[in-house]
Write a protein that binds this ligand. Sequence first.
Ligand code: CA
Length: 156
Amino acid sequence: MATNEIDIRVDEIIHKEGGQIFEVEYLYNEHQGNGDQRNYRVSVKRQDYERIAARTQKPALPFDKFVKVLKPFMIGSHAADDIPEAFRLLDSDHSGTIDVGELATFMPVIVPDANPYMLLHHIQKVDQNSDYKLNLTEFTALINRGIGRDIALGRI
Ligand SMILES: [Ca+2]
């Protein structure tokens, strides 16, 4: 489908030490139709993630799984191969769909003020059968349309 006129390039950098990931970094370079450019980066460190995850009342994904879910959110359609596993990890009750509660277990660290209403608002953009949940097809659309990135970057 047609998107807006922004062309986005994303580089993923995974920092490891002793075989363990300690930081994931995403570097963005946005080219707008009018020639403007914008660069920004998003970084999540294991230490920060685990500290925040420990504080939240809800169950959170272990950092290594979180990283696998984060990738398609941040990279979008270029991470097509990673979408099924991200879906499987988010669908924690194996119902075949991701609901708001499941999506919320992924959010606290990157979007501390994410709330169920905001998540539902994004879900509804791709929720073709209007059940307020995402099946794999709908989740794939969410990633491919860049909505996942908007959620992860806290853009409404
Ligand atoms: Ca589910």
